[in-house]
Design a protein around this ligand. Sequence first.
Ligand SMILES: C[S@@+](CC[C@H](N)C(=O)[O-])C[C@H]1O[C@@H](n2cnc3c(N)ncnc32)[C@H](O)[C@@H]1O
Length: 259
Amino acid sequence: MASPPHGAAPAPRAQRLQDLVRRVEFGLFGPRLEVWREQRKRHAIDRLRRRTLVITPMEAAVRLLHLKRLLPTPLVALDLFGKAGIMKTLEYVPFAESVEFYEVYGPFAAHARRALPADKVTIRVADSIAAVRAGTTLRSDYSFVVMDNPISTFGGGYCENFDLFPAVFDRLAPRSALVFNAALDDWVAALDTDHVEHRRRRRAFFGAPLDAAHAANDLAAVMAGYARAVPADRFEILDLFPVPHPGDMMFLVMALARR
Ligand SMILES: C[S@@+](CC[C@H](N)C(=O)[O-])C[C@H]1O[C@@H](n2cnc3c(N)ncnc32)[C@H](O)[C@@H]1O
């Protein structure tokens, strides 16, 4: 089969090496170097956005929702994997009335406090998946939920964004949009992760037996898997569309109406 159509064939060794370098750097410098790199990237992207036709994935997601008249108003955001907020949150915060922002790692959250407007954003240093599942988020009427989750197993038992379904549906306003990371099996195979457990969790979420080949290896299968995760008796899917993203992932954007 040809390479996956996202522009880069899976390159496990290169990716793992890059991962290793990052981990060593992180051990040596903590989050500072990584945040500094993201800030430089942010400046470069912002310069390009002002001077060229560049449009980022988050900007595309918001614009497409707006064009389709599906961008919720007011935009009450729940950002579940915030990091320092530099790459994604900063891009939609101008449209938001409020943002509840989660980051489990304190030093990243400390950078987010400096990067994001304090009058709109409430930063919580906590496990967002646990908060959604326990119903302890500050509100239960979010109209814009961002899940910029790791495409891996993580946090002692979580995998991608699967553990947020179906609990996230108890936290939504009557009209809402979810923007979340999604990946194909081939792309996941390129990442440094617990492959056996990751494959098991993907098979369970996308609804295929463990030995089934190519269970979630095309866009239609991945979209169908997420569509099935929506409680159809409570919510209607108004739209579900992908937005290309660099790296081994895409954004899926799901617009919902409560029945
Ligand atoms: C892909 S990064 C998010 C990038 C971020 N959205 C941005 O715009 O730069 C994933 C982040 O999720 C955090 N994280 C992982 N598990 C978490 C959890 N259970 N609750 C909250 N944050 C978590 C990680 O520490 C990491 O900073």
